[in-house]
Design a protein around this ligand. Sequence first.
Ligand code: DMJ
Length: 932
Amino acid sequence: MSGAGGRGCGSPVPQRAPWSLVAATAAFCLVSATSVWTAGAEPMSREEKQKLGNQVLEMFDHAYGNYMEHAYPADELMPLTCRGRVRGQEPSRGDVDDALGKFSLTLIDSLDTLVVLNKTKEFEDAVRKVLRDVNLDNDVVVSVFETNIRVLGGLLGGHSLAIMLKEKGEYMQWYNDELLQMAKQLGYKLLPAFNTTSGLPYPRINLKFGIRKPEARTGTETDTCTACAGTLILEFAALSRFTGATIFEEYARKALDFLWEKRQRSSNLVGVTINIHTGDWVRKDSGVGAGIDSYYEYLLKAYVLLGDDSFLERFNTHYDAIMRYISQPPLLLDVHIHKPMLNARTWMDALLAFFPGLQVLKGDIRPAIETHEMLYQVIKKHNFLPEAFTTDFRVHWAQHPLRPEFAESTYFLYKATGDPYYLEVGKTLIENLNKYARVPCGFAAMKDVRTGSHEDRMDSFFLAEMFKYLYLLFADKEDIIFDIEDYIFTTEAHLLPLWLSTTNQSISKKNTTSEYTELDDSNFDWTCPNTQILFPNDPLYAQSIREPLKNVVDKSCPRGIIRVEESFRSGAKPPLRARDFMATNPEHLEILKKMGVSLIHLKDGRVQLVQHAIQAASSIDAEDGLRFMQEMIELSSQQQKEQQLPPRAVQIVSHPFFGRVVLTAGPAQFGLDLSKHKETRGFVASSKPYNGCSELTNPEAVMGKIALIQRGQCMFAEKARNIQNAGAIGGIVIDDNEGSSSDTAPLFQMAGDGKDTDDIKIPMLFLFSKEGSIILDAIREYEEVEVLLSDKAKDRDPEMENEEQSSPENDSQNQSAEQVSSSSQEVDSVDQESSEENSLNSPPESLSPADMDNAASISPSEQTSNPTENHETTNLNGECTDLDNQLQEQSENEEDSNPNVSWGKKVQPIDSILADWNEDIEAFEMMEKDEL
Ligand code: DMJ
């Protein structure tokens, strides 16, 4: 048993231990429990672990090899079109592009991964390439946060391992701190961002021109996210301590000090965004995911790396608040910083998946196991963690950009518990990546986890983090050429040596600005987790915590819905029926208010309804409010069904794709409904005329095939009839707007022609131009291209896989994929006259109940769930608590925190309710802007 050996966590560290000891010990805590496990889930043999480790190596080669071959020196690989993503040459994706600075991002982000994965030779080559090719002086506006964690962190991680290797005496003997010099150059480039009165950095900077100069095109922002301003200390302190230039650590400390001062004093929480000039919270919602995540991470890790008690005090204060308000095991739900008993959302984002890992570092294993288990069940349901999912585990935002946070937490939990269950979890992650995200030219992000469709995107963090955590999960000590325990992981999983804590330490002494004497720290932990206490004689500890959560996702009941359905069955009705509701009727608004239902006017003209039962005038009003919301959800979903269909998938199944490339397709409001019928599979053929607007002149070519038609010049239904008459078994309409892509445009649905379309029996799907050209290029290259039209991508056909393995083309897979993308598109020319199509192009979440005020529409996405799902789950397991209990619980909770509120009687004056209401509306309006 580790921990019993007398080293590290086994022996309590003295209170306020010298920081150097704490740093080393805290890092040791992460790895000390690997042999704790003795029974429970089947242990994994060394051979199996090695096999999985080798699989990770092979996957890394596939991702990195394709990046280097087809994208380098571009920042990122576009794995579907097999080329580099160069900023300015692709349609803008908004903020997400701010990570790209024309500095070969993926190469720099991958440097220390190469060493962890034992690819020392490749590391040496990669460092030489960085030194030879990378220019940090580009006229590009980049995110300060992303540049810090990915590029500065990447260079420092590379430097840390380069000097380690040099010292070992075999590799990198020529190295003379060149990466560190680049890091310093970059550090100085980022410093002008801190030129604000608060010391919080501007969110963006021009690498060449800095801030606020006319040519810099930045410096006008007023807000930044908390994580953006609070995730600098590890890299900046490391840079200072490596170089002796104290200014970096000073600036990062100042920003952290300011955030700490601005915490909401009664809740000890921080908001998501802050004004960098005034220090006012702009978004007052607070969680542990998007916008805040790594601020907390860096407080604890700054303590570990720098040994400064003030960081641990701050972390523990925040952690206490998180566990008090945000943690609702196994959920982690955002709240308002001023009213922390009030949930600000009914959904969680994928970024919070890092939190169990941080809890391990903190030593709070139980909630870490619980949240991780909940997340794993969501993954099992959707293969990946969707960007956001609701409290009843439905998909809220369906993308998944191959984020590593869950793998990170899995690794740390395995380290803490030694439970082989976490190895099985890792195995599933590997299988899913290979099965659903692997494409011939790398790994593609999931555009929609429900359909399995891809996005032409492979973010650099996939190489920086995912492969490190997965490899380390299965690696034994001897599989890694250095001692990982001597390093700390940054938020981008870059490695910084713990010996930095004893180097150039004068900075911390000189510049600790805040005083902490007012804090009662009697509850703080000054020791790192002791595995003997965590797992007292119980090797099944982790399993016993997971057990009660076994079916938490499958058997989840949407909160506050069950009783409503019972009420419906017994005929109870809300005082205001959803179908009668008019957003402009003052009486209706009054009733809504009484029922605790908030009305939010969104900028795009829609109206959003959100219910907080605790804001209702009484528990009866709260119930009425729930009934009303339930009716509204049903009404909306009915109309949504009529107006909006989910995305569909076009999966290329023929050689060399073999089902691995899945394109996001728009549905049609007519023709065969792919969600009800079996998928349609067939070879594709271009129709003549290509626009499909008249009888086809090549019926023999499209007979029994899936016809490709270009958008434009007539109604979609007309195209469908023409190809159907020619014998096509399906149709794919390809957008005629060059450059359009599902990466940047919302889902497009093809509407009917306003007449009866029952005569159209074949399935019709829509592809934007970029996705369409992938098929057209494939035809040009391979002639015979077979696709599958479906509502959800199908697993790869085993026969296809065998074929693939035995195929001589297998070796040249990457080459083939490259050829697909490089061949030019030739299509029949069509006149670009204006289209008469009747199309519906609206974001999936927007609904427009016809019975409502014409100017308004309702989006109940903040409320729970689809009623049909509710019926099923409720009736099947009957395990949900009923509304009375929930209201009671809510009431009790609320009473705990707010003695002015009690059920059954109105003690809160109406103007205070209105004031609260306005504050909520403000907060929700801010949330509308939320982007992960
Ligand atoms: C990474 O770039 C970092 O981990 C960051 O802190 C947030 N998450 C992304 C990957 O999801």
